[in-house]
Design a protein around this ligand. Structure first.
Ligand code: ASP
Ligand code: MG
Length: 409
């Protein structure tokens, strides 16, 4: 007997047939005495369609009204899902986010959950209901409906699991779990049985797109274990938790290899070698919201001059160059070089701090394929290398093969 929170995305409830498929699966897996809360998104592309609709009425849709509009999507799916359970003879009740006690701040269209008052949900479970909760929405202090930002139903599920002290929060997705690399790039990628919150967040930051990062942060903060598993196959997925519980999972220091092609490299050549120069450059970039990632400063061939190299998202490249152009005359640097044909390959693992040789292993794997390293950066739990864009797939495979040797050949 357990209290389980299960989250299903919009594609799982896109049609009445899919709704019944979901209902039958939940009932088949339910053990006697289990208490079940389902958190669900809007049907299919409903949210996208509502955003488009808003745009046809107002080019600057007021955010409060946008929330009022978008929240209707989930209200449709909860009503249909609860009714479908009842069709199968299972007691069920639907609750909107506000009814389920999801309290948020008032940052309309990207509100944060501040509290879950779970009494109503718990009372409905006690009455023998499956409780179907609308994802992605809540209520602010003024009594207005808010939404949590795109993909926010993951966060609702984790928050409801925390508020009800659930045994597990299960996120059903179209992948089987979290893999050591993207299986579309690395055919030999393995599914992880467990991963820690910190590693999952780092993987997401460095390019893996499995779960909404805010949901992972919430899980870490509230100590809710999250099971990421497949909507299509009844197999175990990956459990995101604070500590490993399985010995086998601890064997590999590196837990994942990711890549990101959405990066650009910018080099500012010939800046003066004196205090305050880096501050002026990066302060100006911050003021136009350019999110700078890797930074390297190195001496230049010219005495008393440096080169400042950094990476940012491709989308921010134009803003970054515009700002630097305005500084160029003032600060007297010689050139701004731009390189968009780059990619970032990273390895992530919480144990790497105490394990010498991880960086050497990664560099060796890349060298074996004649891949040149343009910039390298590290965090406590990751190492990233900027490389030529056209070698990214080869790089990810080489690094993955080194850290996860194939046993089948
Ligand atoms: N329906 C919302 C969206 O499409 C929330 C979600 O799916 O999690 O972003
Ligand atoms: Mg308000």
């Amino acid at each position: 007997m357990a209290l389980l929170v299960k989250k299903f995305g919009g594609s799982s409830v896109a049609t009445p047939e899919k709704i019944f498929h979901l209902v039958d699966r939940v009932l088949a897996e339910k053990h006697e005495g289990d208490q079940i809360v389902i958190v669900v998104s809007a049907m299919g592309d409903t949210t996208d369609d509502l955003v488009t609709l808003a745009g046809r009425v107002s080019r600057h849709m007021p955010k409060r009204e946008m929330d009022m509009l978008l929240a209707t999507g989930e209200q449709v799916s909860i009503a249909l899902l609860a009714a479908a359970f009842q069709e199968r003879g299972q007691k069920a009740v639907s609750l909107t986010g506000p009814q389920a006690g999801i309290r948020t701040n008032d940052h309309h269209t990207k509100a944060g959950i501040v509290e879950v008052k779970a009494d109503r949900v718990l009372a409905e479970l006690e009455k023998g209901n499956i409780v179907v909760v609308a994802g992605f929405q809540g209520l602010d202090d003024e009594g207005d409906v808010t939404t949590l930002g795109r993909g926010g139903s993951d966060t609702t599920a984790v928050a409801v699991a925390a508020g009800t002290h659930a045994d597990m929060c299960e996120i059903y997705t179209d992948v089987d779990g979290v893999y050591t690399a993207d299986p579309r790039i690395v055919p030999g990628a393995r599914k992880l049985q467990e991963i820690t919150f910190g590693e999952m967040l780092e993987l997401a930051r460095l390019g893996a797109g499995v779960m909404q990062p805010r949901a992972v942060e919430y899980g870490e903060h509230a100590g809710v274990d999250i099971h990421v598993r497949s909507t299509f196959h009844e197999v175990e997925g990956t459990i995101i938790r604070r500590e490993y519980t399985l010995q086998g999972e601890k064997e590999y220091v590196v837990r994942g290899v990711t890549s990101d092609v959405n990066v650009a490299k910018i080099a500012v050549r010939g800046v003066d070698d004196k205090p305050g120069v880096a501050f002026r450059i990066f302060d100006a970039l911050a003021k136009v919201n350019v999110d700078v990632d890797m930074i390297v400063q190195s001496g230049s061939a010219v005495p008393n001059k440096n080169d400042m190299v950094f990476t940012c998202q491709k989308a921010d490249m134009a803003d970054a160059v515009a700002v630097l152009e305005t500084l160029k005359a003032e600060m007297g640097f010689t050139r701004i070089d731009l390189e968009a044909n780059v990619a970032k390959v990273s390895v992530v693992g919480a144990g790497m701090l105490g394990s010498p040789g991880i960086a050497a292993g990664m560099f060796g794997a890349l060298a074996s394929k004649q891949i040149n390293l343009i910039v390298v950066s590290t965090s406590e739990i990751s190492i990233s290398c900027l490389i030529p864009r056209d070698q990214v797939e080869e790089a990810v495979n080489a690094v993955h093969d080194y850290f996860f040797p194939r046993t089948d050949k």
